[in-house]
Design a protein around this ligand. Structure first.
Ligand SMILES: [Zn+2]
Length: 279
């Protein structure tokens, strides 16, 4: 099990208060109490504007990875500007943290059939592993048919796909912040117990998932329902997370990647995105 958080700023205007640091500090204190080491994927632009945020995460003993330069879906980029952006982000995080940056996570799990070039760009920028694939159909982004257990891209980049479970007709990323806040605890714990033992379980929370003081507002780029889903159940976030990681051994994704990549430890299949319009 790994606790991971995607550190991004969802302010859409300068009048809105900067609340990322407040909530990240809250999460760091909570992890410290439980002696849990996790991974924080930080947006490059945010790290550039607040380097002390990255230092606080590293000083608390956690791994830092890159969550893109500007939190834009991969398909909005050309291959070369995507590659340049994430290389710049990786170098910035390395400068601030004085640590090698090994992990990349795409915004919105947006590594899909639209961007078959992305794994090569991620490997080319120097990353060891990615956690950018939702191996299911999704109204937003998804890569149905991708393995649900760790696999290698042809470049040798390790992919740790987003954990999913079936609930009725739906396959959902049940360890995302919204699902953790809103699903009954028994459903989440039951789904965890049913997972394939070769799967790697990781949460993906966001600073706002923990923001119990923020008043409800509709985000301009999303509809009312999505805004409400980002808001409901925030008081349940820490108790739910506590129940999820209770008694489980937690490691950073970098440590999990190292053990999976140790020869003889795991069988990792090579997967490539099927060509579009293939017969
Ligand atoms: Zn994100």
């Amino acid at each position: 099990m790994s606790f991971t958080i995607d550190v991004e700023d969802i302010r859409t205007s300068s009048e809105q208060q900067y609340r990322v640091r407040l909530n990240v500090d809250r999460v760091l204190a909570w992890l410290h109490e439980r002696e849990v080491i996790g991974t924080a994927f930080v947006v490059g632009k945010l790290a550039e504007s607040d380097p002390s945020l990255v230092r606080a995460i590293v000083d608390a003993g956690h791994e830092v990875g890159l969550h893109s330069w500007s939190h834009t879906a991969i398909e909005k980029h050309t291959p070369s500007d995507f590659g340049q952006d994430i290389k710049k982000g990786r170098e910035l995080l390395q400068d601030i943290s004085q640590q090698p940056i090994r992990g990349f996570r795409a915004p919105f799990m947006s590594l899909t059939t639209s961007t078959p070039w992305a794994p090569d760009q991620i490997a080319g920028a120097g990353f060891t592993y990615s956690s950018s694939v939702l191996p299911a159909s999704s109204p937003l982004f998804g890569l149905p048919g991708a393995p649900k257990t760790p696999f290698l891209w042809e470049s040798g980049l390790l992919e740790l796909p987003c954990p999913v479970t079936r609930i009725g007709p739906l396959t959902i990323p049940f360890l995302g912040g919204t699902y953790i806040r809103l699903l009954p605890r028994a459903v989440t714990i039951g789904a965890l117990r049913r997972q394939d033992q070769d799967s790697v379980m990781w949460t993906y929370c966001h600073p706002w998932d923990f923001d119990t003081e923020e008043r409800f507002r509709q985000y301009p780029e999303t509809g009312f329902v999505t805004s409400l889903l980002c808001f409901r159940g925030r008081r349940r976030m820490f108790p739910q997370l506590g129940a999820i990681i209770h008694d489980l051994e937690c490691s950073s994704l970098s440590d999990i990647a190292t053990s999976l990549l140790t020869p003889g430890t795991a069988k990792l299949d090579v997967f490539s995105i099927p060509a579009r319009n293939a017969a």
